[in-house]
Ligand binder design. Structure first.
Ligand SMILES: Nc1ncnc2c1ncn2[C@@H]1O[C@H](COP(=O)(O)OP(=O)(O)OP(=O)(O)O)[C@@H](O)[C@H]1O
Ligand SMILES: [Mg+2]
Length: 670
């Protein structure tokens, strides 16, 4: 009833403007003009709006259309400005009456209210719902910038790929196309899939010195379908060049000329990583079906399944680890930086004889951070990182271990520069014995062959890093190939302090500096892992001191801070895991096999002083800054030392650098 009356009222209230009626009468005699068309539309919509069958939404639409027509008519000088203003006011009021009305039957504001209520609820539910994004700052976002950059790079890489395909179709060999050396082989879909997968993985390299323009983060932010490296494995070299010319221009190992060869993964990140955030790379081998994708020749004889396994299980992109996360072991860190990072930064200097060694052995008591160092290399080197636990080679791929080893090196060769990190290397390269299982003997032999290939080829830029806490069990032949041996000792007091301070900084803790020093004093002989365990144990102290009834109701801020007493009681349960006897074994082995011990507490005299040490009867080693040494007769060694001390030059000193590599492996055999 009420609604009917209202409609009647509104019907009466509406009178088409006199000027328009007049205009209509005048134009009725003539052919229809735009004005007459407008008038008839006006009437149509008027009746529609007033017919009583319209919903509030339709009415609002009708009035909005009228307002538009008024504006149109005025713009075409069909009505005067005064008339337009009057009409506009009238229909604008009608329109807003519907829009603003809270009546569910006649107005629309009920919808708005619901929406606002909804939005209000979301806002009060959680502050996280509130976005700080504005059109200004959205372009500042890292992910947006990366995507924009990736888009640009993708465009240019696509052009490069198209170019390369044309060349390949014409039968031009890879060597004939130096910028894209790997595009000569276009093979079956299956191989192609593998290649695509490897490229994807390769693109997940770690960040070099935490460089922000890492392509790891860049590539991971690019949707899978458009990931440049998926589509353009071989073109990634040019890609990384654009990201950071420094990376491209820096072969990790070997000569500069070989830089171009498939350095797919120069995709430096995690950065990640670090920043990478620790995103795990799980390459999707087999996703791509583009038969035009190239595959590396070196993978041709390798079982695709193996390559896939390597891609899925071996390439490692764990949470990012920085050098600062590793307490102590300064010498090892400095040496690794020298071997891995610097050659990448200055490939022009680290060439030829100065080229970095291709095999490193990290050895030392358990829990001293060897694996941590491996992870750090993965994050910081900018090389493709393959991490494999030797025990998984021997146990997981029973009967196929040696094939896996071959595949591993083949894939690494395709993904140069690459670091192959072999944890628990002793279980892979233990000394050959009578009771040795046939399969593990085969794995070992294959490994030595591959290691030989990788370490002797000046072309390949593959660094093999082995870690072990049983160095004495490593086969002599293998040890010889891992020319750089770094002792990772138990942490010294300062390192233990660092570990406690760093771990406690993240906790609610009331330890004073003196108390930390006291803990460090009481934890002599603890490994890094022991220290971590000690802190864990102590951190449970405040919880243990709670009454059990409290645990259900207590809030986190009511838990008391970790205090010195907690550490005292933790020290009663956590004991050093390395016995003094074991420690002695490591020290002895280090003295026998690693010369760096002659250079100081952690093996290094970083002041750059050379020192002569007794190596074997009648000979001396002359150490020189940068790990250059000479074996020579005692008098000569002493003479050179004196020369060096006096700042005098001697051809032998200059020659030291050139010869040390030649005899270093030979000496280590003895
Ligand atoms: N130098 C260190 N600085 C900081 N934390 C360390 C250090 N050494 C060990 N840790 C802690 O101990 C844990 C174990 O270290 P890691 O696995 O690297 O030891 P490892 O030397 O590889 O032992 P293992 O010989 O038994 O394999 C690390 O995750 C870390 O929490
Ligand atoms: Mg380990």
């Amino acid at each position: 009833m009420i609604r009917g009356r209202k409609e009647k009222l509104s019907l009466n209230a509406f009178k088409p403007p006199q000027s328009w009626l007049l205009f209509e009468k005048m134009s009725a005699m003539e052919a229809p003009t735009p004005s007459t068309v407008h008038l008839s539309e006006w009437q149509e919509s008027y009746f529609a709006v007033t017919s009583g069958t319209c919903t509030p939404g339709q009415k609002a639409d009708g009035y909005r259309a009228k307002i538009l027509r008024i504006q149109y008519a005025w713009a075409n000088s069909e009505i005067s400005q005064v008339c337009a203003a009057n009409l506009f006011k009238k229909y604008a009021e009608k329109y807003s009456a519907i829009i603003d009305s809270g009546n569910a039957e006649t107005g629309l504001n009920n919808y708005a209210e619901n929406i606002l209520t909804l939005a209000k609820c979301q806002q009060s539910d959680s502050d996280k719902w509130q976005s700080a994004l504005t059109t200004e700052n959205v372009f500042e976002l890292k992910c947006v910038r990366e995507r924009m950059q990736a888009g640009k790079i993708f465009q240019s890489s696509q052009m490069a790929l198209a170019d390369a395909r044309v060349r390949a179709d014409k039968g031009v060999s890879a060597s004939a196309a130096p910028a894209l050396p790997k595009l000569d082989v276009f093979s079956s879909t299956r191989e192609t899939e593998l290649s695509a997968g490897s490229a994807k993985c390769a693109s997940q390299g770690p960040d070099l010195l935490g460089h922000p323009s890492s392509s790891k983060s860049l590539q991971s932010s690019v949707p899978p379908v458009t990931r440049t490296s998926d589509i353009l494995p071989a073109a990634s070299a040019s890609l990384s060049k654009q990201i950071n010319p420094c990376f491209q221009a820096t072969p990790l190992f070997g000569s500069k000329e070989s830089t171009n060869s498939s350095s797919l993964k120069m995709s430096v990140p995690r950065q990640d990583g670090s920043e990478n955030g620790g995103a795990q790379c799980k390459p999707h081998v087999g996703e791509s079906t583009d038969p035009l994708l190239p595959v590396d020749e070196r993978l041709k004889n390798i079982e695709p399944k193996m390559v896939e396994l390597i891609m899925h299980e071996i390439m490692d992109h764990g949470p990012p680890v920085s050098w600062d996360d590793i307490a102590g072991v300064e010498f090892a860190k400095a040496t690794i930086k020298e071997i891995v990072v610097w050659p990448m930064l200055r490939p022009d200097i680290f060439t030829g004889l100065r080229g970095p060694p291709k095999g490193i052995l990290l050895f030392g008591p358990p829990g001293t951070g060897k694996t941590l160092i491996g992870k750090c290399i993965a994050c910081q080197s900018g090389a493709t990182f393959f991490s494999i636990s030797a025990s998984s080679l021997t146990s997981k791929w029973v009967g196929e271990g040696e094939k896996m080893v071959r595949a591993l090196f083949a894939v690494a060769r395709c993904q140069q520069p690459a670091v192959i990190f072999i944890d628990e290397i002793d279980s892979l390269l233990s000394q050959r014995g009578e009771g040795e299982h046939e399969s593990s003997r085969r794995i070992k032999t294959e490994f030595l062959v591959q290691l030989d290939g990788a370490t002797t080829s000046s072309e390949d830029r593959i660094l093999v890093v082995g870690a072990t806490n049983r160095p004495q069990e490593i086969d002599e032949a293998a040890r010889r190939r891992l020319v750089k041996r770094l002792y990772i000792p138990l942490p010294e007091a300062s390192a233990r302090e660092q570990i406690v301070a760093r771990l406690m900084a993240k906790e609610h803790c009331s330890l004073s500096e003196e108390e930390i020093k006291l803990i460090v004093q009481k934890s002599d002989g603890f490994s890094g892992a022991d220290m971590t365990q000690l802190c864990r144990e102590a951190s449970l102290g405040p919880i243990r001191s709670l009454q059990s009834v409290d645990i259900a109701t207590i809030t986190p801020d009511q838990v008391r801070p970790i205090c010195f007493l907690d550490f005292e009681s933790a020290l009663r349960t956590v004991r050093p895991s390395v016995s003094p006897k074991d420690l002695e074994l490591y020290e002895t082995w280090n003295q026998t096999h690693d010369w760096s011990r002659w250079l100081g507490r952690e093996g290094g005299n970083r002041k750059g002083e050379p020192s002569a040490v007794r190596a074997q009867a009648g000979t001396r080693l002359l150490w020189y800054p940068g790990h250059i040494c000479l074996r020579m007769q005692v008098p000569m060694a002493l003479l050179l030392l004196i020369f060096h001390r006096l700042g005098m030059s001697h051809p032998a000193l200059a020659a030291a650098e050139n010869v040390h590599r030649v005899w270093e492996p030979e000496l280590s055999q003895k």
